[in-house]
Design a protein around this ligand. Structure first.
Ligand code: CP
Ligand code: NVA
Length: 331
């Protein structure tokens, strides 16, 4: 049976089979080659797409917009709707479903994106919630496929930092699905929920993957192909700086950590934005309050030959395009 994702929502990669994820990654690679060749597409011709953003964004918003334009769709960017304030998610979803062929949502609760999908009657794509960030995982796995000298199922992928945030949860899910060796490196209090870990261990048992968590850096990173991290304080939890700096200061990704992998070709990844210098308001206020010039990753690692962060950022475009094309496009 050929794979078709027509009409499907992307709320979390938990809902997708390994073959469906591979299909999206292969389609992303093809769409990237098409764009590189300068070919303007029509697979989303005349489709109307609404992008709802309740949180800030650079990459996700721009990737959805450019991807839509590249393939002929029209976009509405919505930041200040009635949703959740004066109008229920259910009613909003029913209205937007009458206007649009697809809905992207970035916001706080995972339940919101799930309710939109339940009532809209058109595909809904999760552009990040507090719990998951599935489109980022597609971009990151495409980037690994492009940079690593082995297939995904042979990759040891270490996520360092707040392992229970949207990125930590989503990397673990994606890795389990693709049969990878996933290691979460964090203080115990920042491990993901036990149920999610156990569920993903079951998935990994079927795909040939492995899910592990460590507090000790040396054990966790040995033999890693990829070291990934994310901000210590995610959007919506800005009051957590004291706690996170205390918990994660010793988990900063630096050259010493990369050396401990024993892999001279280890790849460094970060979904961005990143606090790797003092060229931001947050970077400055953290320096003033805590004396830290860089947070989850040193500027040295961020700018090193190991770092593929801007390829990763570019791949948001190609993978988000694949998600839209696969679910509402003409392919
Ligand atoms: N990685 C990512 O989602 O970036 P934005 O917050 O800029 O969309
Ligand atoms: N964990 C981060 C990811 C940003 C893309 C956040 O939610 O702010």
């Amino acid at each position: 049976m050929p794979i078709s994702l027509k009409g499907r929502s992307l709320l979390t990669l938990k809902d997708f089979t390994p073959l469906e994820i591979k299909y999206l990654l292969d389609l992303s690679r093809d769409l990237k080659a098409k764009k590189r060749a300068g070919i303007k597409g029509q697979t989303l011709f005349n489709k109307n797409i609404v992008l709802i953003f309740d949180k800030s964004s650079t990459r996700t918003r721009c990737a959805f917009e450019v991807a839509a334009y590249d393939e002929g769709a029209n976009i509405t960017y919505l930041t200040n709707s009635q949703m959740g304030k004066k109008e229920s998610i259910e009613d909003t979803a029913k209205v937007l479903g009458r206007y649009y062929d697809g809905i992207e949502f970035r916001g706080y609760k995972q339940e919101t994106v799930e309710a939109l999908a339940q009532y809209a009657g058109v595909p809904v794509w999760n552009g990040l919630t507090d719990t998951y960030h599935p489109t980022q995982i597609l971009a990151d796995f495409l980037t690994i496929m492009e940079h690593a000298d082995k297939p995904l199922h042979k990759i040891k992928f270490v996520f360092v930092g707040d392992a229970r945030n949207n990125m930590g949860n989503s990397y673990m899910i994606g890795a389990a699905k693709m049969g990878m060796h996933f290691v979460g490196l964090a203080p115990k209090s920042l491990f993901p929920e036990a149920k999610l870990i156990n569920d993903m261990k079951k998935v990994a048992a079927e795909t040939g993957g492995k899910i592990e968590f460590f507090e000790s850096i040396d054990t966790a990173v040995k033999g890693a192909d990829v070291i990934a991290t994310d901000v210590w304080v995610s959007m919506g939890e800005e009051e957590k700086f004291d706690e996170r700096i205390r918990l994660l200061k010793s988990y900063q990704v630096n050259m010493d950590m990369l050396k401990k992998t024993g892999n001279p070709h280890v790849i460094f990844m970060h979904c961005l934005p990143s606090c790797h210098d003092m060229n931001t308001e947050i970077g400055n206020s953290v320096f003033e309050k805590y004396g830290l010039k860089e947070m989850e990753v040193t500027d040295e690692v961020f700018r090193s030959k190991h770092s593929v962060v801007f390829d990763e950022a570019e791949n948001r475009l190609h993978t988000i395009k694949a998600v839209m094309v696969a679910t509402i496009g003409d392919v």
